[in-house]
Design a protein around this ligand. Structure first.
Ligand SMILES: Nc1ncnc2c1ncn2[C@@H]1O[C@H](COP(=O)(O)OP(=O)(O)OP(=O)(O)O)[C@@H](O)[C@H]1O
Ligand SMILES: [Mg+2]
Length: 442
């Protein structure tokens, strides 16, 4: 069972504090209470708290001032502001000041539990990401690679060891699993980091072009070659050459590559002069290489030359424990890029993300979150912008009038019905009278 979370409730009314304590404890939370904001701040300095519920209207320091102080001292601690019935301006003010969310009186406990769950999760996640990133950074300095998965962390360990050597590596994995990311991590963590990282996509080019791209040519080597040109091998001298999608190259190119890998020397097209180079080779493929070898499409000797250090990236569906972390990391990234402040991925949507198979792997997830962020309105991710999911429609929200009628029914028969209703709503009786008139309740 996960460790219990602690909620701090700040409200000047003792009766409310007691009701909240009972309700929250029934949900398994630990509860701390404070009757004034200063006491709340003191508690925060002493205890580990996971989320705060604070009443807007309090004598002395009010909820907003309290929120500001909390933000200064504990920037990741989510604060939920409780505002009086019908006072949307206060809620807006609180959100602008960085409240995690707000609740309006009368409290809907289901809504409160849901918000608290999200708030606590969010705080855990931020801390978790920070911790993991710190751990990964300290250990491998691979800050761009986000993962929490055992297989991936083992892989990073190998990557870290390989980075220190000049060994050739073959990175395998489905499309979008992060092959290029790993290739770059190896380069930038090697002694070659200051030298160039040169990439060539082997499938994007027809054979003849691939050859001049890799080896360069001299003037007059073929029609149109009107000056000398360096190839990628020369450009990468001292650094790393990343042969992306190596699986599809022709037999002819396979033979030529094999020679270069063996001798670390070659000639430019149209030249007899042998050029010596010092290049570290990293290759990648999403093909089934064993099958390609069996069927005679890929030379076994070249495969062995490349596959000195085999690195395999599992598809995202086989490391679903990364989805939560990646999705939230991408959310932060695209919030920043697109100037949004979406706080959470709604639980229904997260469930759908976790269930989906992700044929396009991390890239597909990244694109999917970006699209959701760009199309979001009111800083909320909308399920309908996530095409592949069917999410239940949200229940209709109660109107102010519904709430008034419901509460009056609840307290009907009490001698002081309206005073009780006003109290539960956090407004005074004259305001309640005005609202009743507005909605024609008599
Ligand atoms: N573990 C990860 N953490 C953060 N971002 C990731 C991770 N894995 C992949 N990505 C991101 O997903 C996208 C795809 O990654 P990358 O280009 O490295 O994949 P690939 O395996 O080379 O894909 P392809 O086979 O289609 O070329 C990139 O934007 C990359 O930054
Ligand atoms: Mg790639």
């Amino acid at each position: 069972m996960p460790e219990r979370s602690t909620i701090l409730v700040v409200d000047d009314e003792t009766a409310i504090l007691e009701v909240m304590r009972l309700n929250l404890e029934s949900q398994g939370y630990r509860v701390e209470t404070a009757r004034v904001a200063e006491e709340g701040l003191r508690l925060l300095a002493e205890k580990i708290v996971d989320a705060v519920l604070v009443d807007y209207k309090m004598p002395g320091m009010n909820g907003i001032e309290f929120l500001e102080k909390v933000q200064e001292r504990y920037s990741h601690l989510p604060v939920i502001m409780v505002t009086a019935f019908g006072s949307i301006e206060m809620a807006v003010e609180a959100m602008k000041k960085g409240a995690f969310n707000y609740l309006t009186k009368p409290l809907n406990y289901e809504e409160m539990f849901l918000l608290l769950k999200q708030a606590v999760e969010k705080k855990r996640l931020v801390e978790n990401v920070q911790e993991l990133q710190k751990a990964v950074k300290n250990k491998y300095r691979f800050d761009s690679i986000i993962t929490n998965n055992k297989k991936m962390l083992d892989l990073l360990e190998v990557v870290d060891n390989v980075a220190g050597t000049d060994a050739t590596a073959l990175i395998r994995g489905e499309t979008g699993t992060g092959k290029e990311l790993i290739a770059r991590a190896i380069h930038y963590n090697s002694v070659r980091a200051e030298k160039p990282f040169v990439k060539i996509n082997c499938t994007a080019l027809p054979d003849s072009l691939l050859e001049t791209e890799l080896f360069g040519h001299v003037r007059g080597a073929f029609t149109g070659a009107n000056r000398d040109r360096k190839g990628r091998f020369e450009m990468a001298d001292g650094g790393t050459l990343f042969l992306d999608e190596i699986g599809d190259i022709s037999q002819n190119m396979q033979a030529k590559l094999l020679r270069v890998l063996q001798e670390m020397e070659f000639e430019r097209l149209g030249s007899n002069e042998t050029i010596k180079i010092d290049v570290r080779i990293i290759a990648s493929t999403n093909l089934d290489m064993e099958k390609a070898i069996r069927e005679g499409r890929f030379r076994e000797d070249l495969f062995f030359r490349l596959n000195v250090v085999p690195l395999y990236l599992p598809p995202l569906r086989e490391r679903k424990d990364d989805i939560y972390l990646l999705a939230n990391t991408f959310l932060e990234r695209f919030n920043e890029r697109h100037k949004k402040t979406i706080r959470v991925i709604p639980p229904d949507l997260m469930t759908a993300l976790l269930q989906y198979d992700w044929p396009g792997n991390v890239r597909e997830l990244e694109n999917c979150i970006e699209r959701g962020v760009v199309l979001s309105r009111n800083d909320t991710l909308e399920a309908r912008n996530f095409k592949m999911f069917e999410v239940e429609p949200v229940k209709r929200k109660k109107t102010e009038k519904d709430i008034l009628i419901e509460l009056e029914e609840k307290y009907a028969g009490f001698p002081n019905t309206l005073a009780l209703v006003a109290r539960e709503l956090g407004i005074n009786v004259s305001t309640l009278y005005r609202k009743r008139k507005k909605y024609g309740i008599i």
